[in-house]
Write a protein that binds this ligand. Sequence first.
Ligand code: AMP
Length: 415
Amino acid sequence: MTPVLVINSGSSSFKYQLIDMSTERTLASGLVERIGAESGVARHTVYATASASSASGEVAGTPTFLDATRTRELPIPDHTAGFAVMLEAFASDGPSLADTPPIAVGHRVVHGGARFFEPTLITPLVEINIDELSVLAPLHNPANLAGIVAAREAFPDVPHVAVFDTAFHQTLEPAAYTYAIDAEVAASHRIRRYGFHGTSHKFVSEAAAAFVGRPLGELKQIVFHLGNGASVTAIDGGRSIDTSMGFTPLEGLVMGTRSGDIDPAVLFQLARRAGMSIDDLDDLLNKRSGLLGLAGSNDLRDIRAGIEAGDPRALLAFQVYVHRLRGYAGAYLAQLGGADVISFTAGVGENAPHVRAGALETLGFAGVEIDPERNESPQRGIRVISTDASTVTVLVVPTDEELEIARQTLSVAAT
Ligand code: AMP
């Protein structure tokens, strides 16, 4: 067994997954949340792939069984306490970390700036660099770092590896990442496009290449990662050449609560005419816009239900969402000079056939033809949704960012 522990740490929560990299199967996963609140919540799930003996915990009076989840409520003052709770969960519910200690710990880190372009062994100097990059990601990097510090205390003897959301997009050429503003101002504040969701775009584009049975280096691909956050990337021969998120994850597509692209002058107008502060505007565009701002819910299932109930706001939200997708599809076909594969992933991309169809419906001229029956099929897993005649293969590819982080972690830890 080759267990790798993956940590995705936020400011008041962290998720974890223990993956056996000899089979790439998840042994256990969990979520520790409401850290710092009066009462925290810890959820730990043991999967059937774990051996019966290692999953021998007492699950609150119920008989021991595999694929079991246990949720506990208790005060969790900080991340270090959260890791202690996680270790207790492994000890009581399994799999036993004494029997199968992780050989490495992989950490999701949102912002690697222009400095980190590959998975990186965490040293005190790397921690300082991640901390310094908090200037660019004030909500995310400090939270990621809190997880790293706590995890290094909990697992002091194994390599810890940082996997950056921005790293995959470090192949962008200056023409793609430069904003057309005063060059000195941009340089002194490191203002440029960085791109995000890189771990997912990398995983999906590699899985797509393997699925169609062609070398990654030969393929022109467009990957739509459509979750609550959403981005699209143009990938040429495995290299990201353009991506819709920019300096922050706010740019680009319409998202659950984020506006995506907007004329920056709207902000000047709202500051001058509506007296909104910088914080008000940040809150407006990041938390109260997108589908939520347009139709009152950030969940596409509610938007769909709203359309069926005749709500014109829901219909408009859907139309705006799809219009933006179509624009990016066309733009990236142009940047790539055509595409061999277009993939959809994440919550919306994997589950919303009407979004996929809407995004590509005008692209017949570029050889893109969706098969309605394949698109609507409830089948799970990686699958083709284009017709056999389509010159572009359109896929649904379930993303697995934790597995990708574990793979990259192993690649560093094994060297
Ligand atoms: P993610 O960020 O990848 O977890 O995606 C979460 C989002 O996926 C939700 O906010 C929903 O908008 C969307 N979603 C999840 N399941 C479905 C579904 N069955 N149909 C449409 N949208 C879905």
